[in-house]
Each structure stands twice: as structure tokens, then as C-alpha cells.
Design a protein around this ligand. Structure first.
Ligand code: ZN
Length: 149
């Protein structure tokens, strides 16, 4: 399994860091995809219901104009995984800003943002299967696993 493991520095798991991370990716690849009003970790998204992330667009009339608010939510389990897994889910949800269905155009957009997207998605699915059957892994390096926090 070719897994590039990069750990999230502690403060990267904070809501602001996630917001910055998503916007940095969006600005590099999907500059013209519209505004993203909210980015958040969501503890209610559960891995076993196959919802790792969501992208929603809420439209409402405001002052005679149709305004849409777009949100990306990421399951909290992504706080404690290799950073590459987080990159996969963020790329996936960003791609939904332009493509709704999981079709060819969608995956092309994913691989445009992350050339190794298919490998990453495979690895994430594999890990989810692991969680389902054996529980989550402790991804911290062995040298810090025993440390007091
Ligand atoms: Zn999707």
C-alpha cells in the first residue's frame, strides 16, 4: 500500500485551519466555482452511513435576489487521520461545487486537484473498512503514542 503519511499538526485540526486549508485548495484549482460560505468539521457525519463529507448549496431570495450559500462539512474522523485522507475528502467535496454526480467529469476534476486521487480514495475506503471491523487506528508515530498529552 503506497501511503504517504503526513500528520496534521495539532492546530490544523481546528475549524479555522480547516477553513484556510479548503480555501487554499479552492483558490488554486477552482477559483471561479463561486463562494464558499462555510467549512466545518461535523461530528454527526458518520462513516458507516457513507457520509464522510457533504457539500450543500442553500438558495434563498434575499432583497429580490437569489443568493446561494455553499457549505462543506467534513466528518470529524478526518481530524485524526493522515493528512492525505483529509486532502481526499476536501478535493471530493470541492469537486461537487462544480459537478453533482459521481461521473467522469467529476473524477476528472478530482484528479485535476489531486493527481493521486484514485489511490487516496482507495486508501480511505480501505481504512473505513478497517474502522468498521476492527476500529480506528492510532496514526501517531510510535515514539509519541505513549506520551502524556
Ligand atoms: Zn460525492
Amino acid at each position: 500500500m503506497a501511503l504517504l503519511i503526513i500528520f496534521l499538526p495539532l492546530d490544523c485540526a481546528s475549524p479555522t485551519a480547516l477553513y484556510d486549508y479548503v480555501h487554499e485548495l479552492k483558490d488554486s484549482y477552482l477559483r471561479n466555482a463561486g463562494q464558499l460560505s462555510k467549512v466545518a468539521f461535523d461530528s454527526k457525519l458518520h462513516v458507516l452511513h457513507n457520509a464522510l463529507g457533504t457539500h450543500t448549496s442553500i438558495s434563498r431570495i434575499q432583497g429580490g435576489k437569489l443568493k446561494s450559500k455553499r457549505e462543506i462539512r467534513v466528518a470529524t474522523l478526518f481530524k485524526e487521520v493522515p493528512a492525505e485522507f483529509l486532502r481526499m475528502i476536501v478535493v471530493h467535496e470541492l469537486a461537487h461545487m462544480k459537478e453533482r454526480a459521481h461521473d467522469k467529469a467529476f473524477y476528472q476534476l478530482c484528479t485535476y486537484m489531486a493527481p493521486d486521487y484514485h489511490q487516496l480514495e482507495f486508501d480511505v475506503r480501505l481504512y473505513l473498512t478497517h474502522i468498521e471491523h476492527l476500529g480506528p487506528l492510532d496514526w501517531r508515530p510510535a515514539s509519541v503514542s505513549g506520551d502524556e498529552v
